[in-house]
Design a binder for this molecule. Structure first.
Ligand code: PLP
Length: 383
């Protein structure tokens, strides 16, 4: 259609950091960029057409996630979605208690010192054996608690947290005490990896990112169950009903929606394929005596293991052989130290965390690539 050819990235095992763009999504991005060149806020015909396309994208996105259209706010990525939540919280004149899991990505945990500075009481909840128990959370809730922030799927180990059971006890506490608690879940690594219904999960807010699901970078979403009750600090030109100012990224959003729709259509096939590849990698690593850090019941899309060398060395050696993985240091060089901290806070031994390597999968990986990766891991072990 629009792109004459795509460069296929092979042996790419770093999809939790970012996925490669699906060719059909890229086509949609290019089509939409050409079709909607006007500003969606302009009142002339071209602006109105752009607005219509953008609102149609919101309708389709909300339909895909089975929520109300008004509850979806488009942003530049999950980091911005999370910033909207926490920076608005910081404006609250009477700080309270925030319960935040120790498994959170920097996008969330970097707010902890700022919240403390503003007088918030921070209660860090640690996963035990890869789980955050509803009883543990319930025991921490008190009349001062204003927010709970627990991610749905951890980006380093792939651990899946049972958000439904966690919101259930939070709602129970609310009823018993006649008090509202805002439950936020960072669902960046959940979309495209696990089945969920936002309505069932009963969260107040959730963050999503396009580039983790084969969309383009620089686009995300914020789900706000009750946006009317929310005051955002992200002002500007009043876009997104005043919740997020800034000219809308129409092509990025249309591409994001396309990526989500394609995922929903191909979900079973993708999950089956990734499960098969996950087994090949898990079995291969275990057979070679490597310790796997990701719990058995984590998302099949993420496997972290303890390599022979410090993470950075293993990553470089594998890269030299043409295989692309990450460290337990999450998705960026900038957050290396915090990645290790997250692992140790999740109960991983510090020496193992130093050597942890994350293999993250997508629909595009093949079984052959998985066998080749295991061979490469074997080869670099005793160099
Ligand atoms: N939350 C999690 C769990 C992530 O893995 C990432 C990835 O970088 C982010 C938030 C930030 O997402 P974005 O790159 O869209 O800002």
């Amino acid at each position: 259609m629009f792109c004459l050819h795509y460069i296929l990235v092979t042996n790419y095992f770093d999809s939790a950091a970012t996925t490669t763009v699906d060719s059909r999504v890229l086509d949609e991005y290019i089509r939409a960029t050409e079709a909607y060149q006007a500003n969606a806020s302009s009142v002339h015909r071209l602006g109105l057409e752009a607005r219509k396309a953008f609102e149609d994208a919101r309708r389709r996105f909300a339909l895909a996630l089975k929520v109300k259209q008004e509850s979806m706010v488009f942003t530049s990525g999950a980091t911005e979605s999370i910033n909207i939540i926490f920076s608005s919280l910081l404006r609250n004149p009477s700080p309270g208690k925030a319960i935040i899991s120790s498994a959170e990505h920097d996008a969330v945990s970097s707010f902890i010192p700022v919240l403390k500075e503003k007088g918030w009481e921070i209660d860090i909840i640690h996963p035990k054996k890869g789980k955050i128990s509803a009883e543990d959370l319930y025991a921490r809730l008190d009349r001062n608690t204003k927010i709970v922030a627990i991610m749905a799927v951890n980006n380093i180990l792939g651990t899946v947290f049972d958000i439904k059971s966690l919101t259930s006890v939070t709602r129970r506490f609310e009823k018993e005490n006649g008090k509202k608690i805002f439950f936020f879940s960072d669902m960046v690594q959940a979309l495209g990896k696990i089945d969920f219904s936002l309505e069932d999960l009963d969260v107040d807010a959730a963050s999503f990112s396009s580039h983790k699901i084969h969309g383009v970078k620089g686009c995300g979403a914020l789900y706000l169950k009750n946006s009317a009750a929310f005051t955002s600090l992200s002002r500007g030109g009043g876009q997104e009903r005043g919740l997020r100012g800034g000219t809308e990224n129409i092509a990025g959003v249309l591409a994001f929606v396309k990526a989500v729709e394609i995922y929903l259509k191909e979900k079973e096939e993708r999950d089956e394929r990734v499960k098969r590849i996950n087994s090949i990698i898990r079995d291969g690593l275990e057979k070679e005596g490597f310790k796997i850090l990701s719990p058995e019941d984590s998302s099949a899309y993420i496997i972290s293991y303890v390599s022979t060398w410090p993470s950075e060395v293993t990553i470089r050696m594998l890269s030299d052989k043409g295989f692309y993985v990450s460290g337990g240091s999450a998705c960026s060089n900038n957050s290396k130290a915090s990645g290790k901290k997250i692992l140790t806070e999740m109960g991983i031994d510090a020496r193992e965390a130093e050597k942890s390597v994350r293999i993250s999968l997508s629909k595009d990986n093949t079984e052959e690539e998985a066998y080749n990766l295991i061979n490469a891991i074997k080869e670099i072990r005793n160099v």
